[in-house]
Design a protein around this ligand. Structure first.
Ligand code: NI
Length: 288
């Protein structure tokens, strides 16, 4: 539990009780009310907006448009920032982070770690829908786990007008569906499931500071933002890394994928680090 105080652990566990662990097991998602304490929200929004306004991390590929296949400039419709806490370290000190971590440890066990963190800020009026997908489809070679738990946090009230999360209940117990990049373009970042059955989908509106947890196989998407305000969300993804679970071969839809974001990341990376990464990937593929 790290530095988490006993009172905070109790609060996090109470939050998870309210959301019902049974909901998560049955549906593959569950709502957690008031994950973020109200007093933390204004600063969270301020820090978050600052990162997006400054396009933090653009040069090294941390900031990108999930849908843009040409990075042509102009207004981004699905801007994402990878690892916001690397650009604003305060985010790692928040109650939001501590409580999400405590819940992940409760669900996945005490060895759960934060393995991925990102923010999607859908601009007013033009914010695009997030394609239907399963997070597992984006696990690439070298990913040391097969199951993850995502904690999607709303930083303002979020409904079907602003673009709330949409889920297909029980889909985490079904197969991993075939996916493709948007427009079947190897340079686009976003993946979408091919012809998913979403007839049973449900919308999950949230209040500011609420969160929704989902399993990495749960089929989900999010609506467009048709409101006058940005739709701010931050996702903390947890897993239990284990070398025996290492993914050694990419799914077909990830083979040959090389996005504009990847290109910027690679060109910003010092040569020794680039070589080290290439060697590591080769060794993983060879089964070492
Ligand atoms: Ni997702």
């Amino acid at each position: 539990m790290g530095s988490l105080a006993v009172g905070e652990i109790r609060r996090a566990q109470a939050a998870m009780d309210a959301a019902s662990r049974a909901d998560y097991e049955r549906d593959g998602f569950a709502v957690v009310r008031n994950l973020v304490p109200p007093e933390e929200l204004p600063k969270l929004r301020q820090v978050y907006d600052g990162l997006f306004e400054n396009k933090a991390g653009w040069e090294r590929g941390d900031f990108f448009d999930m849908l843009d296949t040409g990075e042509k400039g102009g207004q981004m419709t699905l801007p994402q920032l990878a690892w916001p806490s690397k650009h604003a370290p305060w985010l790692a000190e928040t109650q939001m982070r501590r409580r999400a971590t405590a819940i992940a440890e409760e669900v996945l066990g005490p060895r759960a770690e934060l393995v991925w963190e990102f923010a999607i800020r859908k601009p007013p009026k033009v914010g695009a829908p997030t394609p239907w997908h399963q997070d597992e489809a984006s696990f690439t070679v070298g990913t040391p786990y097969r199951v993850a738990l995502s904690c999607w946090v709303a930083l303002q009230d979020t409904d079907e007008v602003t673009g709330c999360m949409l889920y297909v209940p029980g889909s985490h117990r079904g197969p991993l569906l075939p996916h493709q990049t948007v427009g079947n373009d190897a340079r686009a970042h976003a993946l979408g499931a091919i012809d998913p059955d979403v007839t049973q989908a449900v919308a999950v509106p949230l209040r500011a500071g609420d969160a929704v947890l989902h399993h990495s196989r749960t089929l989900h998407g999010a609506g467009a933002n048709r409101s006058e305000e940005p739709r701010r969300a931050i996702t903390l993804e947890f897993a239990v890394p284990d070398k025996s679970a290492l993914i050694r071969r990419d799914f077909a839809w990830n083979q040959g994928k090389f996005t504009y974001r990847d290109e910027r990341e690679l060109s910003a990376m010092p040569l020794p680090q680039r070589i080290k990464r290439r060697v590591k990937q080769t060794l993983i593929k060879l089964g070492w």
